[in-house]
Structures are given as C-alpha cells and as structure tokens.
Design a protein around this ligand. Structure first.
Ligand code: CTP
Length: 405
C-alpha cells in the first residue's frame, strides 16, 4: 500500500472491544505514508492503552477537551483544521447518537463538529444495537449530512452472536482510506467519459432536452483524473467549467456525441457513459423558427443511436460503465439494462427520489456488475465520485488481469 504520503488522518477511537483493531489500522496507515493523530474517548481507554496508540502513531494521543497542556500543544480547533480526513473506528452506537445530535462535550465529538474535513464512521456494535431503529435513524441522519459509513461487516461478534455490527478489518479500513484519497490507480489509463444532457433541435431556437446538470459525470471525470487516468470528457451543454487536467469536447446533440465518442473510443481502455442522451430526435429540423399554429401539432421523432451499447458491441470494446436513471424498481431495471447493453458495470440512481438525482448536488447510487452490487448511500456528488472511481478502477484492473492471464 502507498499513496497516502502527506495525508493527514485524524483517527477517533471510541469505547468498543474492536478498539484493538485501530492499533493495527494505525500501523497500516503509517506504512502507507499517512500522518496519523489519534483521539480517544474516555471509554476507549478501558479497551486499549494510550501508550500503544501513541507509540504506533508517533504522536501524543489526544484525550481531553479541557486539558490545558494538550490545548497548548495543539488545540482542538487546530486539530480539526489539521485533518484531511476524520475516521472514527470503532464508532459505537452511543457515539453515533451523540454525533447525530451535535453534542460536543468531549474532544472527539467537539472535533467532529468543528472540522470541515470529511468524516467516515466505521461502526462496531452488537447486531441488535445496529439493527435498532434508533441507530438506523441516526445513521440515515448522519449520511444525509454527508458522513461516510464504512461497514459494519457481518460475522461472529464478541458477544457470541453473529450478524451485522462487526468493525471492518484494519486492512479493509486502510484500503477505504486509500481509496478515499487515491481512488484506485489508473495512471496512464485512457478514459473516455460522456456527461451532461443532449439537446435535440426542433428549429433554430427550440430543442428537446432533459434535466441533467452534468455534475455527477464531471465529478467522476475529476475523480478518475485524480486517480491518474488520462480523461477525455465529451460533454453536452452544461454550465460547468472543464476540470483541471482533463481534455473536453463540447457537443450539443446525441449524434454529435456519438460521432465524438466513435472518433476517440479506440484510444481508451475505459468508457464511462454518464450522459443523459436523448433516445430520440426530431425527424426534421426546421431551418426557420416554427410559427404558432391554430391546430394541434405533432412532432415526429426518430431514434438516436445508443452510444453505450454500440461501444460495448465493438470487436475490442473498452471496459464499459453506464448509468441508469430510473424512477422505480431500481436494481432490477438497472441490471436488465446492464445485460441488454452488454456492459461491465452500471451505476443506478432513482431520479425522482427526494435524496438525489438530476440537478442535485447529492446522490445515492447502486453500482452493479456481474454477480455483485454495492450501495453508496446519499453523499455529495464530489464525495461519491472518488468512491465510485475506486470501485470502477478495481473491477477494471480485475478484468484486465483476467484477460492477460
Ligand atoms: N445511453 C447512451 N446513448 C443513448 C442512450 C443512453 O450512451 N442513446 C447511455 C447513458 O449514457 C447511460 C445508459 O445508456 O449510461 C442508460 O441510459 P438510460 O437513458 O437510463 O436508459 P435507456 O437505455 O435509454 O432506457 P430507458 O430510457 O428506457 O430507461
């Protein structure tokens, strides 16, 4: 593991039997190059020694909000600003509840309130505590504020029961941190990505369009570029700037998008279709502005090519990822679409759901592939995109490796 060099991780440890895993986690994070500061709650100290975490992190452990010596060394606001990422592992049900209600009566909860860095929670608790509606409601509330949930995993628990509530293993958590900062490694991989809506003209001033803002596609293009990919973005009309380090081709219609993609697809190993492409276009485009009529008018539409399906059907197709915008039976329709189009992965979202979709800054997605799926809860698109990019990179590499062997 590498790529965490210079990254600053604030690790919060709350009181659970799984706190011993945080010691191993610190080791992995430091081996990967991260700088780690540890904040322990009072009850965490009942489960693991301060000295252990101090020795492993290489810094004094922060414990007390009101300790003048600690505040003088690095005050809690300074610590909150210092972090690139706050990870609470293990996060108990009690800590989740306190966070959900904005309590700030100890150092860790105060830090979580004061930081502008992303916060990831790795829950660990008895399965019934996890399933309890109160905990689930707290989770939903925290997710709606953009907090990330890593785990819990399922399996044998310290209490002798088995079910959801296990802290993810230290290695899995370290991988999540790495994915967060550097979503997969796509250095030198050519990526072609479509984003935004298309406009299908009726006459010089009117068009058929849709509500896509392009935000999800642009965020994903940015995350893929940050993972080292050489990204070419074929974009429909949007009001977004071209992200740094990405080459962009602006198009208007589905046919223009199709031509732009087909011209460049040979140079890419990964094709992501995030655009909301019009399925139809007017059969004829009037050269002059259409005049108002006294009677009903009909517009005849002809189908546009399905860009994604055509790319997937090429003799040597790139790894293909599509999006499915659905209003009902999300995973079922998306999986049917994935198979029908013959693509590797599909990211499905409910477009009329209150929590996300078109024109929104947040989204919740389910990523589906052959034999598996992963749900990404509601998060700002800018936070969702690196997670999506990481999973895409992982499956892309797995397929390339399988084909090479
Ligand atoms: N897509 C495409 N070219 C089209 C239509 C869609 O490349 N002409 C891509 C989109 O970019 C998206 C995926 O196909 O990645 C799914 O598009 P969607 O509109 O949800 O599905 P459709 O296949 O058009 O089916 P329907 O509208 O019936 O849901």
């Amino acid at each position: 593991m590498s790529h965490l060099s210079g990254k600053r991780v604030l690790l919060g440890v709350t009181g659970g039997i799984a706190a011993y895993k945080s010691a191993i986690l610190i080791r992995y994070l430091r081996e990967a190059g991260a700088d780690v500061h540890v904040v322990m709650t009072a009850s965490a100290r009942a489960f693991i020694g301060t000295l252990t975490l101090q020795a492993l992190s290489g810094h004094p452990v922060h414990e007390d909000l009101m300790d003048p010596a600690q505040e003088a060394a690095m005050g809690h606001i300074q610590l909150a600003r210092w972090a690139d990422l706050v990870l609470v592992a293990p996060a108990t049900a009690n800590f989740m509840a306190r966070l959900a209600h904005g309590l700030a009566d100890d150092l860790l909860s105060a830090l979580c309130l004061a930081t502008t860095a992303p916060i990831a929670l790795a829950p660990a608790m008895n399965r019934e505590m996890w399933r309890n509606p109160v905990t689930q409601q707290n989770k939903a509330l925290l997710e709606s504020r953009g907090m990330l949930f890593w785990g819990p995993g399922e399996g044998a628990q310290a209490c002798g029961e088995s079910g959801p509530g296990r802290l993810l293993e230290a290695e899995q958590l370290a991988r999540r941190v790495q994915d967060w900062f550097a979503p997969g490694d796509l250095r030198g991989v050519g990526v072609l990505l479509t984003a935004g809506p298309t406009r299908e003209p009726l006459d010089p001033v009117r068009f058929l369009g849709n509500r896509s803002s392009g935000k999800m596609g642009y965020a994903l293009a940015t995350a893929l570029a940050e993972a080292g990919a050489e990204v070419c973005l074929v974009s429909g009309p949007v009001s977004l700037d071209c992200p740094a380090g990405i080459s962009r081709v602006m198009v208007e219609t589905a046919m223009e998008m199709y031509d732009a993609v087909m011209e460049r697809v040979v140079d890419c190993a990964l094709f992501v279709a995030a655009a909301a492409v019009a399925d139809y276009r007017p059969a004829s485009v009037s050269a002059q502005k259409l005049k108002k009529k006294e009677h009903e008018v009909e517009i005849s539409l002809v189908p546009n090519p399905d860009i994604l399906a055509e790319v997937a059907a090429l003799p040597h197709p790139p790894f293909t990822v599509g999006f499915a915008a659905e209003t009902e039976r999300l995973e079922e329709y998306a999986e049917t679409k994935r198979r029908a189009k013959g693509i590797d992965m599909i990211a499905a979202n409910l477009v009329d759901a209150p929590e996300g979709g078109f024109e929104r800054d947040e989204n919740a997605l389910t990523l589906l592939w052959e034999g598996g799926h992963e749900r990404f809860p509601l998060a700002p698109k800018s936070l969702l995109a690196p997670q999506l990019a990481a999973r895409i990179a992982e499956h892309f590499h797995a397929k390339v490796t399988a084909e090479d062997s």
